[in-house]
Design a protein around this ligand. Sequence first.
Ligand code: ZN
Length: 308
Amino acid sequence: MSNNPIPASDIALNRRKFIIAATSATGALMLAPVVNKASAILIKDEPYTVGQIMDMFIKQVPGGALSETVDTLKSGNRDIKVTGIVTAMFATVAVIRKAIELGANFIIAHEPTFYNHADETKWLENDEVYQYKVKLLKEHNIAVWRNHDYIHRMVPDGVTDGVLDQLQWKKYADAKIPNILTMPATSLKDLIGYVKDKLSVDKVRYIGDPNLSCSRVLFMPGAPGGQRQIQAIAKVKPDVLIAGELQEWETAEYVRDAVAEGKKIALVVVGHIASEDPGSEYMKNWVTKNVPGIKVTRVKPGNSLSFM
Ligand SMILES: [Zn+2]
C-alpha cells in the first residue's frame, strides 16, 4: 500500500482490479489519474484464488453452474492463492511432481484423480498409492480441480475443439455437430496413419478393410459408452467411427456384426488419453486469455498403456 505509482508490469496483472477501481471511483474508465488516488488501494498485487478462476470458467459455460457435477476440487480449497497453473488430462503423480517443479499450485485436470468417476475415496483410505498421492498434494498445498462436465458443455465443446485443432480437421467439421466430419475420401489405412501421426499414438486397434474409402467420419473422443457410440453410428452412418475408448464387448461387437451384415463401416480405437489430451491445450489457451499474468503450462501425462 505505498503511494508509488504501480510499475507497468503490474498493470496487466491487475487489470481486473484496476477496472473495478476506476469504474467505482468515477463511473467511467480513466486510466492515468486513478493510480495515485485512494482507490489505488484496490490495485495492489492480489493473486487470483482457485475459486475465482473456477467461477470465471463456469460463468462462461452455457447454463452456468451445475447442481450435480463431478467437477469438484479433489485437493486443496477455493481460497488458495494461485502461484501458477498446470493443465493436464490427468493429475498423475508425474504431473503433480512437474507442477511442484514449475512452482504451480493449481492443477486443472480433465479426468478423475482417484481412479473412479466420482472420485469417491472411502474405499481407498487404506491404499498406499492413494495415500502417497494425497500426501504429495497436501505437502505442497496443491489444488486439483476436475474440469470435465463444464469444458464439455462449452460451445463448441472445449475438448473436441482442442483435438480437432490438433488433427487440423476443423475445416471438415459439421457446423452444428463438429464430431461429424466430411473430408476428401481416403483409405482407412491412410486415415489411421494420419491420426496416429497427429495424435502421437504408436498403434491403434481397428476393425475394417484397410482399403475402405473413408469420407464421412464420426469422431467421438473419450469414453461416452457403448450405447451412445452405437446409436451414433446408426444415426450418422459414418464410414468410420474414430473412438477414444470402448468396451470390447459392446461397440466392437456391434461393428463386427455390422461388417458381417455387409455394411461398409470401420472402427478405430485411438485410446482415451490420445483422444482427449488436446483438451488441455484448449484449457491452457483459456487461462492465457482469461487470467492475465498467471503462468500456465500444459503438461502431457502421455499414454498410460504401451504396446509391445
Ligand atoms: Zn472428456
